[in-house]
Design a protein. Structure first.
Lengths: 446, 315, 280
């Protein structure tokens, strides 16, 4: 054999061997043991939220009789997970996954989920789930997911900071602007608590591709109007249920938070933190950069990081409803996260068993207690103060209208950027968003 | 009407191929793996991509695609985020601006550094050897590095600003409307200037030194020597470097996506990121491919002189 | 070039050198410094840390994470990059030799095809390429990623190796042929040893292209079993519990192998990389 061909074949052989090594070793083990492997994509398992506390426990208690979870938990980011699932669902992997409610709608429209209506009705536990969460996962009359995680957004407040400055916890937008801007102003000259100079009174997400940011936006909006869209019962067509003026109010709040209400040069949210996303916001709260933040119960997992983070979460945080708009009522974003079954998975039965297992009382109790979220089962409620206070917000939570909210959130946030970067006034923004959404409705994108 | 006595191009090509001696034929075999890979993995997807650009394919409506002619292109040029938006807020303009400014800066700074590297001072070998360090570093690492430079309050640039009294000018560069694009340009320049410098330095070494001696005897100034001897000597290499970097910068996705995602408010939106987001955010594959076709056409305009230049040197 | 070193000229040179190399090296040095600081020290916003603010804890925490330890990503990156280097070297050496030493018809055209394949926007190829990968069942496998990376590296490697081989004196080859070698043996015995610097640089280029790629890996890989270091870095910078000390430490780790390789190869870099550019 000529030397070059030999080397080439050697190289090809080596590459093939390495490729074989790369296939999940767990898969081989599982096939040997005779159980059906079930691949479960779970973002919290990868992105750090659950890995310190819940995941090790979960791995030891994997007690399904005929199925076994593989070690592939997916890409660990909701945006990436949605992209990947939409394009590769046909390959059958993953078998089941969890996600955001907005993800579920996209998956349903792309035809990648199995309906679970009859299976759920046949399950003995189905009556234990909060009806509002089950209703939220019903789309076009069919149930597509089992709710495992719910929360309503509230506000976390550093009690000691407010006490230090003699401030009351704000309950209206005007109070929020005053209280937060007082703290921000003081923070520019005083190192208030901890090693950080420059605490900002309030913080929120404004990065262009943020997932959390639009959820914060809609929380404020729900105080003014519980429905951004309405469905005509006869024509079955969706239309906008809000006015530009109403939308403008929310954009006005963002503008005032960063640049102060007219006449007063207050900065409730430090513009230095324009363009941040949830990782900077969450970490910022537990490291003393923000005094008040709109958040949800996942923040409990920061106590596992010890030191200042643990102190802030366990001892120095008050959980309160978001301050209310003038003329507005109670209302906040109700998040429901589902467990979903891939229509193209070859293991439909094993996948459903795995979903029931993940949503069972013992698993959800431990999971929600350790990670902080509210389990949507009446028999799995934790009784510590964290869960109680966040649980109290759930009745005020408003679910999203069943539309393609990925595109809506995108539109909302693109317009928000023009406001916070001062390229448009809030009223121009209100009109712009109203027009954008009408066009999207007309084009059938939603 | 002239009778066609000459065979057409295809029969002529076949004849040339068949006339090649056996042992020369083996060249095809050797080149086959590379060409097959590129044909399968690049040319075929490109052809498919161009085809997609004329359809209305989308991930959320699978199996329902149909040809829509030039409609995608019409929508593209009407989208202010793609073309004709606010100054500094449309992908096409931003891409051209970024590429032009970055490559010009790299050329100028690279030439300056190349000139510097010729000076024989102690320690010059050390400097020459570390020059390319920034080019070998993965782009994702470069983005994180510069993030640490520009984070508000504890990035190096902001710390220095605060220490010299300009604390109020503290800004998160990646989140700031006016500083985000300069930040991207700085990263490109940081990464690529050494490549220019080393290439131009190498080509300067091939300029015969007696040309300089003759010019000095004739009383030419430093600037004169530079203009009439150095510049023509490095012109060819400089052209190649410029074209390679125009291609790389124009097509580069990682720097912008990993740092700003195209924001804030599309200030750093460039064509590759625009195409990517249309595929993976809006799920409109046909529309995204159309934007990709526009990119391809723009690049062809730049690449054709490059090809002609290569053709010349092959003879 | 008349280069008399006068004192002012030397001083001027050093000033400019420190400006240039300060710009190039300070971000790297700052990164390394941050990776050794405690998180409190990073947030304190001071330039120089105290001794008690230095720690190895950022590096330790990267190893200890239960579901995404850096070890998996390092392993994947290394295996993939080495495979890409091997395949690219073999395929591009053959192709370069074929295009350089064999008088095949259409040689110029093939070379142009090779070069222009570098021009195609990665994002345009991305979705059809990904569909191809799905159809071949190569999604989330090493082979799919290795394939993509090899394509990224091939054109430049072939072009450079071909220019290098063009420079091998014809006399050497004639001598070998006279001695009874066929054309292929000539490759092994004469051309390759002479073109060794070019091979080293081509291998180096293929390695760093594979090591640093984000776009293609992000699309082909969908789980930690095939994810590489760039995905890891991006992931920890976006994760819910991100700490800048860890991000800095991870970034330092991704840089170290390429810097070491660079140090080994750099004396050939000027010669090997730009044989192509200078000779055309």
């Amino acid at each position: 054999m000529a030397p070059s061909r030999r080397t080439f074949l050697k190289g090809a052989g080596a590459a093939a061997a390495l490729a074989a090594v790369g296939s999940p070793s767990a898969l081989r083990r599982v096939l040997a043991a005779g159980k059906t492997p079930v691949t479960f994509w779970s973002v919290p398992f990868i992105n750090g939220q659950d890995t310190k506390v819940f995941l090790p426990w979960f791995l030891k208690h994997d007690t399904l009789p005929d199925a076994q979870f593989t070690s592939d938990y997916g890409p660990g980011d909701y945006g990436i997970q949605q992209d990947k699932f939409l394009t590769q669902a046909k390959t059958g992997t993953p078998d089941i996954l969890e996600g955001l409610w907005e993800n579920m709608v996209a998956y349903v429209r792309a035809g990648t989920l199995s309906p679970l209506t009859s299976e759920f009705a046949a399950w003995a536990d189905h009556g234990k789930f909060f009806p509002s969460t089950v209703a939220a996962l019903t789309y076009n009359g069919q149930l597509y997911g089992v709710p495992y995680n719910t929360n309503a957004r509230g506000m976390l407040v550093r009690k000691s900071i407010l006490k230090h400055y003699g401030l009351k916890i704000p309950t209206t937008w005007a109070e929020l602007l005053e209280t937060a801007s007082y703290i921000t102003t003081k923070g520019q000259t005083e190192a208030s608590f901890g090693p950080v100079l420059g605490m900002s009174g309030f913080g929120l997400c404004s990065k262009v591709s943020s997932v959390r940011g639009p959820q914060e936006w809609i929380s404020w909006f729900f105080q003014l109007n519980h429905h951004l869209f309405k469905l005509d019962p006869t024509t079955k067509k969706w239309s906008l249920n809000s006015t530009p003026a109403e939308i403008t109010k929310v954009y006005q709040l963002y503008h005032d938070l960063f640049y102060g209400a007219s006449g007063k040069n207050l900065q409730a949210a430090d513009p230095l933190y324009l363009g941040i996303d949830y990782n900077v916001l969450d970490e910022g709260y537990v490291t003393g950069k923000f005094a008040m933040v709109p958040e949800g119960p996942w923040m409990l997992s920061y106590q596992a990081y010890g030191g200042q983070s643990k102190y802030i979460i366990e001892q120095d945080t008050a959980i309160v409803p978001l301050p209310v708009a003038p003329g507005g009522g109670s209302g906040t974003y109700l998040e429901v996260k589902p467990l979903l079954l891939n229509k193209y998975s070859p293991n439909q039965a094993a996948g459903w068993e795995a979903i029931k297992y993940l949503a069972s009382k013992p698993i959800l109790s431990t999971w929600s207690t350790d990670s902080g979220f509210i389990a949507p089962r009446t028999d799995a409620q934790a009784s510590d103060w964290w869960h109680k206070d966040f649980g109290a917000l759930v009745p005020t939570g408003v679910a999203l209208d069943p539309l393609n909210w990925t595109a809506v959130f995108d539109a909302i946030f693109k317009v928000l950027q023009t406001v916070v970067y001062k390229q448009a006034t809030p009223s121009q923004a209100g009109t712009a968003l109203h027009n954008n959404l009408s066009q999207l409705l007309a084009r059938g994108v939603l | 009407m002239k009778l066609r006595l000459q065979p057409g191009p295809i029969p002529r090509a076949l004849a040339s191929v068949l006339r090649m001696p056996d042992r020369e034929w083996f060249g095809y075999v050797l080149a086959l793996p590379a060409l097959a890979l590129i044909g399968l993995v690049v040319l075929y997807p490109v052809a498919q991509g161009i085809n997609l650009g004329f359809t209305n394919a989308g991930t959320l409506n699978p199996g329902q695609q149909s040809y829509v002619g030039l409609q995608n292109f019409q929508t593209l040029f009407a989208d202010p985020a793609f073309y004709n938006g606010f100054p500094g807020a449309s992908a096409l303009v931003n891409s051209v601006t970024l590429t032009a400014i970055a490559v010009i800066l790299e050329l100028v700074l690279g030439t300056g550094l190349a000139l510097l590297l010729r000076n024989k001072v102690p320690g010059m070998t050390f400097f020459r050897s570390v020059t390319m360090a920034s080019w070998v570093i993965p782009v994702v690492a470069t983005v994180m590095m510069f993030n640490l430079m520009w984070l508000p309050r504890y990035g190096l640039v902001n710390i220095i600003l605060k220490d010299i009294g300009l604390g109020q000018d503290n800004a998160y560069w990646f989140g700031n409307l006016n500083l985000a694009m300069p930040a991207i340009i700085i990263m490109h320049v940081w990464r690529n200037t050494p490549f220019f410098a080393i290439a131009l330095f190498a080509s300067m070494q091939t300029i015969p030194s007696d040309q300089y001696e003759a010019a000095a005897i004739d009383g030419a100034s430093w600037l004169g020597r530079f203009r009439h001897i150095t510049l023509p000597g490095i012109a060819y290499v400089a052209m190649i470097m410029v074209i390679i970097h125009v291609l790389w910068t124009f097509n580069n996705f990682d720097f912008v996506y990993l740092s700003t995602g195209g924001g804030p408010v599309n200030a750093t939106m460039i064509l590759p990121v625009y195409v990517y987001l249309q595929f993976w955010h809006n799920y409109t594959s046909g529309y995204a491919a159309a934007a990709g076709v526009v990119m391809l056409v723009m690049l062809l305009v730049v690449t054709i002189p490059y090809i002609l230049m290569v053709k010349e040197t092959e003879t | 070039m008349i280069n008399r070193m006068t004192l002012p000229k030397m001083l001027g040179t050093y000033v400019l050198l420190f400006l240039y190399y300060g710009f190039f090296l300070i971000p790297i040095l700052w990164l390394v410094l941050q990776s050794f600081k405690t998180n409190d020290a990073i947030f304190s916003g001071s330039l120089v840390p105290h001794w008690n603010e230095l720690t190895l804890s950022s590096y330790q925490s990267l190893w200890q994470s239960s579901s995404s330890s850096i070890v998996t990503f390092l392993k994947n990156s290394i295996i993939i990059a080495l495979s890409v280097t091997a395949i690219s070297l073999v395929v591009s050496t053959l192709a370069a030799y074929g295009l350089s030493k064999y008088r095949i018809w259409g040689r110029r055209g093939l070379l142009i095809v090779l070069l222009t394949s570098q021009m195609f926007p990665g994002v345009l190829i991305l979705v059809p390429f990904y569909t191809l990968i799905l159809d071949l069942h190569l999604s989330n496998t090493y082979i799919g990623i290795i394939l993509a990376h090899s394509i990224l590296a091939l054109p430049f490697c072939v072009w450079m190796l071909k220019s290098y081989m063009d420079g091998v004196p014809q006399a050497l080859i004639e001598a070998a042929l006279v001695d009874g070698c066929n054309k292929l043996n000539t490759l092994m015995r004469v051309v390759l040893p002479t073109a060794l610097p070019g091979l080293a640089v081509a291998a180096f280029f293929a390695f760093i292209v594979s090591w640093g790629d984000y776009l293609f890996v992000s699309v082909i890989s969908s789980s930690t079993s095939t994810a590489t270091m760039p995905l890891y870095i991006y992931q920890i910078s976006q994760s819910l519990i991100s700490q800048w000390g860890q991000i800095a430490a991870g970034t330092v780790i991704i840089i170290i192998p390429v810097v070491i390789l660079f140090a080994l190869v750099q004396r050939w870099l000027v010669e090997g990389l730009f044989a192509g550019a200078v000779k055309g």
